[in-house]
Design a protein around this ligand. Structure first.
Ligand SMILES: Nc1ncnc2c1ncn2[C@@H]1O[C@H](COP(=O)(O)OP(=O)(O)OP(=O)(O)O)[C@@H](O)[C@H]1O
Length: 551
């Protein structure tokens, strides 16, 4: 670039100091206001630049002022041949942390914080009618103390109003060929590989890819050869990106990452992403793994070793009948485990699982306490208060959702009559309802499995009041709910749950209830986000009522 090394000493009222970074078409300096001594970041670009991103940014900044994690624009203008923007001086970008970290991947806690904050930034930007269109680690920057736990979004040079400023309507979709805007690593498949018009869903998909990248040793597969320098290399990259399924991309990670990516890809062009839900999901993921659910980003990570070692085993689409899956979950040996927040732990997952062929891969597992399905190594209040880094230890006497559900599953397995089961089903529903996330986790499925076993075993309870024909749409059929490839639509899920809610109130005996429990699990498992909705709670209330009636 012609202007290299020719930067002026003063620009406007600012004195330029060290260079902070250089981008595609300009440079950023740390600068001091000559009258107020205020330090800012000064973005400089020649006014005749062919891609005048400073000019674009200047037009977007007013819409962003006042938002959390949005830099303040202090001044902007022209000085000689320079176009400048003076914005809040910030700290390290996630990209520089990514490069400097000593571990292969990020810790799960930090990634959950990044997820919550970046989604919240997009929620704000989108609410102001603006798309970012260049989500990447380099554009997520930490504040300086006292704002150093806040992630700021920067670089709005590629941004665009998706709400037309005059008509107030969403921009139209178009099939017309267009130049690609964004970055090679994280731009959505639709925008990058299919040339679609970017909309909110694509910003969200970029976040999903960025998060998975942070947890993947070596990064996403298509990022490993660096920036493509030839058309052929770019085509190869696009091919790889286009063909990687969410399941492959997210293999070994807690299921919420795959769900998130899938849900972004399912959004319609003009559909509003469910920001609130995903912020909650990542807060819950942190909490379920023993970290504070707070989105505050703390670097370096205070306690990279999780205090809770609950393996979030994904229910895969090819997992066969739900009955079998539930059964498998209940029999899982939950001893000292690595959290599957990083893919490295995939190796350990196999190592820790009962080996089929006697061979073990990866590092030998740490000696762990005797394993029993009764022993689940969850955070306790004591552990929470011992942990100096646990900023949000559970209140005294309160168990985490995972611990409470595990306890309910054990109590269900030990229950001796329908009245006790009814009480436990109500407990289960209450625990799910009170939690910030209503996602049915491994522990939730274990409760259903224990329930199913109890209800299906005729030796445990008094027989049914009258013998009924087995349901036509029986459990085994329903249990394939998660296997059909496409996730259940919201409406489909509502319909099925509503029907189950009706059926459960009419069930003739425990065996029928057992089949309905399995069917319920299948519908939840097959739905996007595996959340228990209002109709789901209706089913559980009906189940508890029917158990009482059949006692
Ligand atoms: N406000 C800021 N405070 C501190 N550092 C900053 C600030 N803004 C940007 N930087 C640093 O400068 C780098 C480049 O900034 P930015 O992305 O805004 O410039 P750009 O010219 O648009 O770059 P690119 O071409 O890479 O998109 C950032 O990754 C960051 O390290």
């Amino acid at each position: 670039m012609a202007h290299q090394n020719k930067y002026p000493r003063y620009v406007g009222n600012y004195e330029l100091h060290q260079k902070l970074g250089a981008g595609f078409s300009g440079a950023i300096f740390c600068a001091r206001h000559i009258h107020t001594n205020q330090w800012v970041a000064l973005k400089l670009q020649p006014i005749n630049e062919s891609c005048p991103t400073n000019r674009y940014e200047r037009s977007f900044y007013p819409a962003l002022q006042g938002g959390e994690g949005m830099p303040t624009l202090w001044a902007s203008g022209h000085h000689g041949t320079w176009d400048y923007l003076a914005i809040d001086l910030l700290g390290s970008s996630l990209d520089s942390l990514h490069r400097s970290k000593t571990t292969d991947v990020w810790d799960l806690r930090s990634v959950c914080c990044v997820a919550q904050q970046v989604i919240a930034r997009l929620q704000f930007m989108h609410a102001r009618g603006l798309l970012h269109r260049d989500i990447q680690l380099g554009n997520c920057v930490l504040g300086l103390p006292p704002n150093n736990t806040t992630i700021y979004m920067i670089d709005f040079g590629f941004s665009k109003f998706y709400i037309d400023q005059h008509t107030k309507r969403h921009i139209p979709d178009s099939k017309a060929p267009r130049d690609f805007i964004g970055n090679y690593w994280f731009s959505s498949v639709r925008v990058h590989c299919r040339g679609s018009v970017p909309s909110r869903r694509d910003d969200m998909e970029a976040v999903a890819l960025m998060l998975v990248h942070m947890l993947t040793p070596g990064g996403l597969s298509w990022t490993r050869n660096g920036v493509p320098k030839t058309d052929e290399a770019h085509n190869r990259l696009m091919y790889e990106k286009r063909n990687a399924t969410p399941e492959e991309i997210c293999r070994g990670l807690p299921p919420v990452f795959e769900e998130f990516l899938r849900s972004c890809r399912r959004l319609q062009f003009a559909e509003r992403p469910d920001y609130e839900r995903w912020i909650e999901e990542f807060a819950t993921l942190a909490e379920d793994n023993g970290f504070p659910s707070s989105p505050d980003f703390i670097w370096p990570p205070p306690n990279p070793e999780p205090t809770v070692r609950v393996q979030t085993a994904p229910l895969r689409k090819d997992s066969g009948e739900l009955e079998g899956v539930l059964n498998g979950l209940a029999n899982m040996q939950l001893g000292e485990r690595q959290v599957l927040g990083v893919r490295d732990n995939l190796v350990n997952r196999d190592t820790n699982a009962a080996p089929k062929d006697g061979k073990k891969g990866g590092k030998p597992p740490k000696p762990s306490p005797p394993k029993s399905k009764e022993v689940i190594n969850l955070i306790s209040d004591d552990e929470g208060s011992r942990d100096e880094n646990a900023r949000a230890a559970p209140a005294a006497g309160r168990l985490t959702k995972a611990a409470r559900l595990a306890q309910i599953a054990r109590e269900v397995a030990a229950a001796t009559d329908n009245v006790a089961l009814a009480r436990l089903v109500r407990d289960f529903a209450r625990t799910m309802e009170e939690n910030r996330s209503r996602m049915l986790t491994k522990e939730g499925f274990a409760v259903l499995d224990a329930l199913h076993k109890q209800l299906a075993d005729p030796s445990v309870f008094a027989g049914p009041i009258r013998t009924a024909r087995p349901r036509a749409s029986g459990a085994s059929e329903a249990s394939q709910g998660g296997d059909g490839g496409a996730r259940e639509t919201r409406q489909g899920k509502m319909n099925k749950l509503w029907r189950l809610g009706q059926d459960v109130r009419r069930a003739a005996g425990n065996e029928q209830l057992a089949a309905l429990v399995v069917e319920f699990g299948a519908v939840i498992n097959g739905s996007s986000g595996r959340t228990v909705t209002k109709d789901g709670f209706g089913f559980l209330a009906g189940l508890a009522g029917r158990l009482d009636a059949l006692a």
